[in-house]
Design a protein around this ligand. Structure first.
Ligand SMILES: Cc1cc2nc3c(=O)[nH]c(=O)nc-3n(C[C@H](O)[C@H](O)[C@H](O)COP(=O)(O)OP(=O)(O)OC[C@H]3O[C@@H](n4cnc5c(N)ncnc54)[C@H](O)[C@@H]3O)c2cc1C
Length: 507
């Protein structure tokens, strides 16, 4: 793939007499997770003349897959669709963090991206000047504390959706009195000794469900304590279609594409079912777990959430590994509320006391809004809760900025790939118009749109999202002001989006 390394420099003065050489790039990408690495690859292929840099706060690439190191950490999407469309996945559908990091490492190598990435570079603020037609980005080098400044014509934020430095822990009564070990899975210590410990894992989402089978053997006992149940889907970690195509020696690229299409079609059918026949889907999901649990187990109480299937993520359990530990008596599941913590454990609303040597708070994330960067446009601070999104990618009144926010129900990367195509098309369009600035703006005919939250809680409503909706941009009730959630729809809509319909103002 052709790559341009051209980094131009500008001279800037922070104080009189203090002249600094500021690195300038056509495009600056924030974040070297799966979205940022994908963005860089697409940019290199589709806009080979653009210079770019990728700035990452952590010490290496991978984002989510580097941050999370708890035992058993793995995807719950298949890697045919969580992987990029341009690099075939050769393994089993569900992959460990290690396998995903290896895949991303190969992508970096195959696309000569290493020299474009600067690690330990955190961006703190971004200021757009319409006079200069560029962003000035200020940040910090994490290891040295050095102040950093970059400028760029276009800013592409691929910072994910949650804060990597810390997870979310609720404020439980008496928590400070608890004398045992407390671990958040997002900050898993390297040599944590959990052998022969009585462990309570609070939460039952994908993190808890993958962590528990990985620690159950060594621990004395693990209790999964959930306030409310999660839907699980038990399936073998094998894709029959991929296996057949591989046996037939079909080229990997074809297998990857065919399997992606089949999975996307199946996901679409399940999503439709979740809206049109939620009770039927609920039964299918419960039936996938029922035979794996001991006789008399109260499946409805512990595995039938109050929300509709897919209103929150369905956690995939390859081979139902969680349940084999339940059958073995090493794991128990309790659905109850925490009344309070005390020195040695947790009192539940039911009055039961859970004694615990260790508590693992698998209680989720704190969202970040566009990489927690402070934004200014022509000297005015941007409050993202005041702006309207253009297709869930750009924002009214904020020029030359794109943001990657993936799907919840389908793999995040399916949307990251689509957004990359869109951004590259937009950059080429800007150039063909001889323009240097593009800003989404509501037209007079858009005055009748109804605005709602970034994500309608009726559609999707996990805790981390509902806790932060007030900080996120709003969306309208029609295109191009909506954030679409379904790949089957957006893969048709986005490539055909008319860039000259007046909602994007070019200058
Ligand atoms: C344990 C776990 C399992 C998951 N499994 C799946 C799954 O199977 N399927 C799925 O679709 N989704 C899954 N997700 C969601 C997952 O986060 C996304 O799918 C995907 O990894 C996001 O990639 P990303 O590159 O957009 O963001 P991230 O992986 O969050 O990476 C963002 C990167 O940007 C950096 N960054 C952020 N702000 C700044 C800044 N200001 N300056 C510099 N750098 C910055 C961060 O340090 C980070 O490295 C999972 C999430 C978790 C936590």
């Amino acid at each position: 793939m052709p790559q341009t390394m051209t980094e131009t420099t500008g001279v800037s003065a922070k104080a009189p007499g203090d002249f600094l050489v500021t690195p300038h790039f056509d495009v600056l990408i924030v974040g070297a997770g799966i979205s940022g690495i994908g963005a860089a690859c697409h940019l290199g292929t589709q806009c080979p003349d653009k210079s770019f840099v990728l700035l990452e706060a952590q010490e290496t690439y991978g984002g989510t897959w580097w941050t999370h190191r708890y035992p058993g950490v793995r995807s719950d999407s298949d890697l045919f669709t969580f992987g990029y469309r341009f690099k075939p996945w050769l393994g089993a559908p569900i992959a460990s963090a290690e396998e995903i990091l290896k895949y991303l490492g190969e992508v970096i190598e195959e696309n000569n991206l290493a020299t474009h990435i600067r690690y330990r570079h955190r961006i703190d603020s971004a200021s757009w000047s319409s006079d200069l037609r560029r962003w000035t980005l200020d940040g910090t080098r994490i290891d040295t504390g050095e102040e950093l400044t970059f400028t760029s014509d276009f800013l592409w934020v691929c910072g994910g959706y949650y804060r990597h430095q810390e997870g979310y822990t609720p404020d439980w009564e008496g928590f400070e009195n608890y004398q045992g070990t407390v671990i958040h899975p997002q900050r898993w210590p390297e040599h944590l000794d959990y052998a022969d410990k009585r462990i309570v894992v609070i939460g039952s989402g994908a993190t808890a469900a993958t962590l528990i089978p990985a620690i159950a053997e060594q621990a004395e006992h693990v209790t999964m304590l959930q306030r409310s149940p999660t839907f699980y889907f038990v399936r073998p970690n094998v894709n029959e279609l991929a296996e057949t195509l591989r046996e037939l020696d079909i080229p990997h690229e074809w297998t990857h594409e065919i399997v992606r299409r089949k999975i996307a079609q199946d996901m679409d059918a399940i999503t439709k079912m979740s809206f049109e026949q939620p009770d039927f889907l609920r039964e299918i999901l419960l039936e996938s777990v029922r035979p794996l649990l001991p006789e008399g187990f109260d499946v409805e109480r512990h595995f039938s959430p109050s929300y509709r299937p897919w209103q929150q993520r369905i956690a995939v359990l390859p081979e139902g590994d969680l349940f084999s530990w339940v059958r073995a008596g090493k794991v128990s599941i309790i659905t109850d509320q925490i009344e309070r913590f005390s020195e040695h454990g947790i009192t539940l609303a039911s009055g039961e006391f859970l004694e615990a040597d260790m508590v693992i708070t698998a209680t989720g994330f704190n969202m970040n809004v566009l990489g927690d960067i402070d934004f200014l446009v022509d000297g005015e601070a941007v409050d993202f809760s005041d702006v309207v999104t253009y297709r869930g990618i750009m924002f009214t009144g904020v020029p030359n900025l794109a943001y990657v926010f993936g799907y919840f129900r389908s793999s995040w990367t399916l949307r990251a790939d689509l957004i990359s195509d869109f951004v590259c098309r937009l950059l080429r369009h800007l150039e063909s118009l001889g323009a240097t600035m593009v800003t989404p703006a509501l037209r007079p005919e858009d005055s009748t749109i109804t605005l709602g939250p970034w994500v309608d809680p009726e559609n999707f409503n996990p805790g981390y999202l509902t806790r932060s909706l007030h900080l996120l941009p709003r969306q309208g009730d029609r295109d191009p002001w909506r954030l679409l959630h379904e790949y089957s729809v957006e893969k048709e809509v986005l490539p055909g989006a008319d860039l000259d319909d007046g909602t994007l103002v070019f200058k």
